[in-house]
Design a protein around this ligand. Structure first.
Ligand code: RBZ
Ligand code: NIO
Length: 353
């Protein structure tokens, strides 16, 4: 059987110890920066450095289309996938504004958009054409893709992680584009967590309550028709997943293998992270939650990953918007460890012991 060259290690305990000790020497009451201290200490463990470096940052948007859209599971037509990819490349989407806000570069990966993407000549936002196939098949009628195609898409993500590492990126925020992908994410989540489908389905781009009911029934049918094996995450990704979701899972594994911290976004990227964690549980230590999405399945996925969201802004966009918004917080956690003076350096009296 095909296997990713996974070599993910545990976090570096020595760096965690040294970063914790450093935090206790910095000019503040011990523990007073709360979660920001915990983030900084975990970054140290990921990188194996007492003082972690998290810039430059990349936002990676994996894009793919979904055959299940023919069942009417999204409020928008699937043509919006390619149209939004062009918008990402032109710099006009929410993720572009939020990535600029975080000083992060935007990389778009076509893993399976159903049409060819006309690349604009002038763009600072990079497009990687790594198409495995032109969209998935309708999972309500049969498998979304073959196992081999799922593995190829995982490999695309894996190689993307290596490229980002070589290019010197120190942190990656996850994003995606694929009309219909909250349906695939809900199916993956239901199968991998064993939760009832109705608990993990939400409005996505804005379905009516009848639309949500139809989406639930479509996912139940897809699971019945395909019988994905919950103990085999690649089988689940192939039968009820998506090309961009496979790509994201491969990217997450690759970043962890290269000791690059990964900031997950909303429901879709988190479902990809859950699949990655089922392939290699050690990956979880390399992940940071960003926001709590409005999609009900997101809370369930985050619980399964034991990930804490940093904020809840009632967002339900995807695209990496929540992850990009969290980047400055994670950057701040590293900056505090790097730039704050110790009590000795600043000549400030320490707490009376
Ligand atoms: C204009 C537009 C921009 C988006 N950016 C992200 N998504 C989000 O919506 C899609 C998932 O929702 P569903 O499963 O209901 O189709 C994904 O493409 C996701 O990234 C967008 C959706 C639209 C319409
Ligand atoms: O949580 C998400 O990632 C999300 C929610 C709705 C639509 N698209 C993405």
């Amino acid at each position: 059987m095909w296997k990713l060259p996974i070599g993910i290690e545990e976090l570096n305990q020595e760096a965690i110890k040294l970063a914790s000790e450093r935090h206790d020497q910095l000019t503040k009451p011990q523990g007073s920066l709360g979660l920001l201290e915990e983030i900084g200490i975990r970054l140290a463990g990921i990188q194996g450095e007492t003082i972690p470096t998290v810039t430059p940052c990349a936002v990676v948007l994996m894009a793919g289309d979904h055959g299940v859209t023919e069942e009417g599971v999204s409020a928008f037509p699937s043509e919006v996938t390619v149209q939004m990819v062009l918008n990402f490349l032109a710099g006009g989407a929410a993720i572009n504004a939020l990535a600029r806000n975080a000083n992060a570069d935007v990389h778009v990966v076509d893993v399976g958009v159903k049409s060819d993407i006309p690349v604009p000549s002038e763009t600072s936002n990079r497009l990687w054409v790594k198409k495995v196939r032109y969209g998935t098949d309708n999972m309500a009628k049969g498998p979304a893709m073959t196992r081999e195609e799922a593995e190829k898409a995982l490999q695309v993500g894996w190689e993307m992680g290596s490229q980002l590492h070589q290019a010197g990126y120190k942190m990656v925020a996850l994003g995606e584009m694929g009309i219909g992908n909250t349906t695939a994410s809900a199916a993956i989540t239901a199968v991998l967590t064993g939760r009832p489908v109705q608990e993990v389905v939400g409005v996505g781009t804005g379905l009516s309550s009848q639309g949500v009911q139809h989406k639930i029934e479509t996912i139940q049918k897809a699971i019945r028709v395909n019988s994905p094996n919950p103990t085999d995450p690649i089988d689940v990704l192939a039968k009820v997943g998506g090309l961009e979701i496979c790509g994201l899972a491969g990217l997450i594994l690759s970043c962890a293998a290269h000791r690059i911290p990964v900031v997950v976004d909303g429901f879709i990227t988190s479902a990809a992270a859950l699949a990655a964690a089922k392939i290699e549980p050690l990956v979880r230590s390399y992940l940071f939650g960003s926001h709590q999405s409005v999609e009900p399945g997101h809370r369930i996925v985050l619980e399964a990953l034991e990930l804490q969201p940093l904020f809840d802004f009632s967002m339900r966009l995807g695209e990496g918007s929540g992850a990009a918004l969290a980047l400055p917080v994670v950057q701040a956690a590293a900056r505090v460890l790097r730039e704050m003076a110790t009590f000795a350096e600043a000549g400030v009296a320490d707490a009376a012991s």
